[in-house]
Design a protein around this ligand. Structure first.
Ligand code: CIZ
Ligand code: SF4
Length: 320
């Protein structure tokens, strides 16, 4: 605890000294989220993180999350220095969608509008017509469908399938998935519901369709937090990264929050409802990044940045 307090104090001082703002994702360690709150930074989903970073007056952004979030911050705020606790924090969706193959896929279907999830590299975004996050994906696809557009969707196939089902849009899917959400199990969820018969089930649409089908509310992290606040149930079974419990419990005090079960157990599941890359954002790493940014600063090639900015700004304008 001593070391934690010491690091917290040192980070706070460095943030002030360096005119830096801490922007943290809901899936990071509660200690990191609390630090972002205490220092006037933000704790949010990737859409709100992008907006906050862009609009903040700070000269430097410390992005606690995964690499695509740091890249998005840099794309929108090229004049700011963007550092991360570690650049090793990636995402299975980003890893599973290499630029060259995705470009070939898009080139083979030139009649389709390319819509990519924010969880992608700057190069993949640069090839896209639209970037979306899970909190705005449904509305944007609805909008495109209403204009009669056919869509290429990448990389999350579960989120794509959910949106396709909701909108009826013509969507050609890339075959990617989030290793965290993909592990939630409908079989195991049936048993959990028997244990908590009054619980409402909250599901992030990166989860398999069989799990989404059992949900009382489906939505992005921000939308699930709102559901926990507004639904009358006193207990919720939550199928998303367990990092969200910090903010959800803070905003829905008195409610009981239960982790949705994964297919394996502690010994056999790969992620056990917590993203291994989000977990790399520790206080020690953040402190190091503030002391020495080499190897922890985000750079995006300027020509690429300008291309990637177009579909990102399209999303932000649509969301505004
Ligand atoms: O799973 C993720 O990485 C999410 C939910 C990102 C986001 O949009 O906040
Ligand atoms: Fe990627 Fe899933 Fe981790 Fe989010 S939780 S960063 S989608 S691997």
């Amino acid at each position: 605890a001593d070391r934690t307090e010491q690091l917290q104090a040192q980070i706070k001082a460095l943030l002030v000294e360096q005119d830096a703002a801490l922007v943290a994702h809901y899936y990071t360690d509660p200690v990191i989220q609390a630090l972002a709150e205490e220092t006037g930074g933000c704790v949010s989903d990737s859409l709100e993180m992008a907006r906050f970073g862009r609009d903040h007056s700070a000269q430097k952004l410390v992005v606690a999350g995964v690499k695509f979030m740091g890249e998005t911050a840099k794309i929108l705020s090229p004049e700011k220095t963007v550092i991360m606790p570690t650049l090793e924090a990636t995402c299975s969706l980003d890893l599973g969608c290499p630029e060259e193959e995705f470009t070939k896929f898009c080139d083979a279907h030139p009649d389709r509008v390319v819509v990519v999830y924010a969880n992608t590299s700057a190069a993949v975004k640069a090839r896209a017509d639209w970037v979306v996050t899970s909190s705005i994906a449904l509305e944007i696809v609805e909008h495109l469908d209403s204009e009669g557009k056919k869509i290429i969707w990448g990389p999350d196939r579960h989120l794509g399938a959910y949106i396709q089902k909701q909108t009826g849009a013509d969507m050609l899917m890339w075959n990617g998935e989030c290793i965290v959400h993909d592990e939630f199990s409908a079989q195991a969820l049936i048993k959990a519901k028997q244990l908590y018969p009054n619980a409402a089930v909250l599901v992030h649409p990166e989860s398999p369709a069989s799990v989404v089908d059992m949900a009382d509310a489906v939505g992005s992290t921000s939308q699930l937090i709102k559901a926990a606040q507004s639904m009358p149930n006193d207990t919720f079974i939550v199928a998303t990264d367990k990092g969200i419990f910090y903010k959800m419990q803070q905003l829905a005090p008195g409610k009981t929050l239960i982790e949705a079960p994964t297919a394996g157990n502690g010994a056999t599941c790969k992620s056990c409802a917590h993203c291994p890359w989000m977990a790399m954002n520790g206080l020690e790493a953040m402190h190091n990044a503030l002391l020495k940014s080499a190897g922890r600063e985000i750079f995006v090639d300027e020509a690429l940045r300008q291309k990637a900015m177009i579909p990102l700004e399209r999303m932000l304008t649509f969301a505004a």
